[in-house]
Design a protein around this ligand. Structure first.
Ligand SMILES: [Zn+2]
Ligand SMILES: [Zn+2]
Length: 308
C-alpha cells in the first residue's frame, strides 16, 4: 500500500495537527527603505486588518520597531540583494529572525548571505524568482539551505505581471527538492496605487502566537498560502486518496510531477467547495484552489513516502 506521510521529513499536514491558524505577511518595506509608511504605520496597517504577524524586510537594513503592539507578533527581517544569476539579474533573499547584520559587500554572494543569516539563527526565502529572472538551476543548489521560494509576490504581479513563480516551484519539487511556497505582499505602496499590501499572505498553524511557535511551524511546513480562498481541510490516506475542502472557488487543481494531476472546474455560474482524487504513480501533490476573481490558495506539497 502506498503511504503518503505527514511527518516532518515528508512535509507536514497542517490540517491534521492541533493548533490555531495565524495570518501573516513575511515581506514588507517601510520608509526605512522604499516603502511609503513608517514602520509603526505599516505594523498598524496589518494589525487593523486582522493579521496576526508581520516581518518587516527593508532592503539591506534591519528595521527596529520601538512601539509595542499587543497580541501581534513582529519577526525581525531584512531583504538582501546578492550576486547575479544565470540570466543576469541578482537574487533577492528574504531573511527572517535576524536581529543584526555585519557590514556587507556591495554585492555579496548568495552563499555569503546564507552563511551570515544561518550563523545568526535566521531563515531564508528566495524572493520573487520570476521577477528576478531566476531559473530553477539558480535555486536548486541552495535548496537545502532555504525554507522555500515566494510563489506569489503582490508587488511583482502589479508592477510587471511577474508575481507568480509556481513553475519554478514545481521545477524544484520534481527534482525532489522539498521547498515551501510562500505568498507575500512585498508591500511598498500603502497610500498610492498600485496598492500592493494585503494581497498575498500565509496561514500558519501553530500552538501559540509566539516567535518560536511560528518559526517552528514555518520550518515544518505547517502553513498554506493565499490571495483569498480559505483551505478548510486536506486529508491524504494511505492509498493515495487526497481530499480538499475550501471556501467557494471555481477551480481546484491537484498539481503533481510531470503530466500527472487533475483539475476540477465548477459549472458556469456555480462553485466548488471540495474535491478528491486518487493519485497514480506520482512523487508529490500540491493543491490550488482558485476563486472566480482568479485569486488562489496553495497548499504546500505532500511527497509520497517512497520519495520522502
Ligand atoms: Zn525584492
Ligand atoms: Zn521586497
Amino acid at each position: 500500500m502506498r503511504q503518503i506521510s505527514m511527518k516532518r521529513n515528508h512535509l507536514s499536514n497542517p490540517f491534521k495537527i492541533k493548533g490555531n491558524w495565524y495570518k501573516g505577511n513575511l515581506h514588507t518595506h517601510t520608509t526605512n527603505s522604499d516603502g511609503d509608511l513608517s514602520p509603526e504605520e505599516a505594523v498598524a496597517w496589518y494589525k487593523d486588518r486582522s493579521y496576526d504577524f508581520l516581518a518587516i524586510t527593508d532592503h539591506g537594513k534591519i528595521t527596529k520597531v520601538e512601539k509595542k503592539f499587543p497580541d501581534f507578533l513582529l519577526i525581525e527581517g531584512v531583504e538582501i540583494g546578492a550576486e547575479k544569476a544565470e540570466l543576469g539579474q541578482g537574487y533577492h533573499i528574504v531573511c527572517l529572525n535576524i536581529s543584526d547584520l555585519p557590514e556587507l559587500k556591495e554585492v555579496p554572494s548568495v552563499q555569503e548571505v546564507i552563511d551570515i543569516v544561518r550563523e545568526r539563527g535566521g531563515k531564508l526565502i528566495i524572493g520573487h524568482p520570476y521577477w528576478s529572472a531566476l531559473t530553477f538551476s539558480d535555486i536548486i543548489s541552495l535548496s537545502n539551505e532555504i525554507l522555500g521560494i515566494e510563489i506569489f509576490n503582490s508587488t511583482c504581479d502589479l508592477a510587471i505581471g511577474k508575481g507568480f513563480s509556481t513553475v519554478h516551484w514545481d521545477d524544484l519539487l520534481i527534482r525532489g527538492k522539498k521547498v515551501y511556497g510562500f505568498a507575500v505582499d512585498d508591500s511598498h505602496n500603502f497610500t498610492a496605487a498600485p496598492f500592493d499590501a494585503g494581497a498575498g499572505w500565509i496561514m500558519v498553524k501553530a500552538k501559540h502566537l509566539t516567535k518560536e511557535n511560528i518559526l517552528e511551524a514555518l520550518e515544518e511546513g505547517d502553513f498554506y498560502s493565499s490571495c483569498g480562498p480559505i483551505i478548510k481541510d486536506i486529508s491524504i490516506d494511505g492509498n493515495g486518496k487526497i481530499k480538499v475542502s475550501c471556501t467557494p472557488v471555481v477551480r481546484i487543481n491537484f498539481i503533481c510531477d510531470r503530466t500527472s494531476g487533475k483539475v476540477f472546474r465548477a459549472e458556469k455560474g456555480s462553485s466548488l467547495t471540495k474535491a478528491e482524487v486518487t493519485l497514480g504513480e506520482v512523487k508529490y501533490v500540491r493543491v490550488e484552489c482558485i476563486d472566480k476573481e482568479g485569486m488562489a490558495a496553495w497548499s504546500n506539497p505532500f511527497f509520497l513516502k517512497k520519495w520522502a
